[in-house]
Design a protein around this ligand. Structure first.
Ligand SMILES: [Fe+2]
Ligand SMILES: [Fe+2]
Length: 299
């Protein structure tokens, strides 16, 4: 009896700490799918997102290699990876409902075949363990804002529900990596400037091949891959979803991760700058891809 109580308490603590998936694919009301509400502009980026999310298992493996002597964090990383894979499965299922021609398995094989990162390496590309945690925080800031923005833009009820679940998970993931960042900052010396550099570096990386290649592998694989073209194609679809309040919240989370206070003039100035920088990049990338540029509107 006492043991059972202890076990339940441990599970409750785990769930509260963000270590446990709070939903499964069965919680999604698939029967409410409404084809008439599907926005064809969202379908290609949902397909691309399904591939990137499903690759979470590979990154979890990489984290376990970097934190080889931290079994507690390894356990966290494995559960995190499972949740990312579940995001990929949910998005892939929706994409196949919206476009029955979408073959997730084939697209994922193409993505893995073309987008190569050394996930077996035991060294963080960020130079330190705290740096790795900051980079993970940045990714979760990006995904939590992205799925919040997508939920607000989507009209189709099943996609709205999937995005609501995923955005909540991504926010929990941010808190999880932030908690571990603080733990590692207690052991490593990493000043605010160094933290800022890692954060900016990871933000800039969001325009690297990963998303562009996922867009290509999911949507336009009959043609040869061109980084410029698909970077622009992806950005053209994705950036237009954002509104100032998404950027504001993301900037506040970023400032917190690098050890700065997000309230007051700093937060306001930084989010204004970030919003304008994002609009500028969206126009540039769309131009590079040869698409129209008048897609991103101010809210
Ligand atoms: Fe995710
Ligand atoms: Fe996440």
């Amino acid at each position: 009896m006492f043991r059972a109580f202890r076990c339940i308490t441990a599970l409750a603590v785990l769930a509260k700490a963000g270590g446990m998936a709070s939903w499964t694919l069965d919680d999604i009301p698939w029967h409410r799918f409404d084809r008439s509400q599907v926005d064809p502009e969202l379908v290609p980026i949902v397909k691309a997102a399904s591939l990137v999310e499903h690759n979470g298992a590979a990154y979890a493996h990489h984290l376990c290699r970097i934190f080889a002597d931290d079994p507690e964090f390894q356990e966290t990383a494995r559960r995190w990876g499972e949740e990312e894979v579940q995001h990929g499965r949910a998005l892939a299922r929706w994409a196949a409902m919206a476009d029955p021609g979408f073959d997730f398995a084939a697209a994922f094989a193409r993505f893995q075949g073309g987008f190569k990162v050394d996930f077996d390496s035991n060294r963080s590309r960020r130079g330190s363990r705290s740096g790795e945690m900051i980079a993970r925080c940045i990714v979760e800031i990006g995904t939590s804002s992205y799925y919040s923005a997508m939920r607000e833009a989507a009209q189709e009820p099943v996609l709205q529900e999937i995005c609501r679940h995923i955005a909540a998970d991504e926010l929990r993931h941010y808190r999880l990596f932030y908690k571990n960042l603080k733990r590692y900052l207690g052991r490593e010396r990493l000043g605010r400037l160094a933290r800022f550099k890692v954060a900016l570096g990871r933000v800039a990386e969001s325009e690297d091949d990963e998303l562009a290649y996922a867009y290509y592998a999911a949507n336009e694989y009959e043609r040869p891959y061109e980084r410029r073209r698909y970077r622009g194609a992806y950005a053209g679809h994705a950036y237009r979803l954002y509104r100032p309040h998404h950027v504001e919240r993301g900037v506040a989370m970023l400032l917190k991760a690098i050890g700065l206070t997000p309230n007051g003039w700093l937060g306001r100035t930084a989010s204004r700058l970030a919003w304008h920088a994002m609009r500028y990049r969206a126009r540039r990338l769309e131009k590079m891809a040869g698409r129209g540029v008048e897609r991103m509107s101010e809210a």
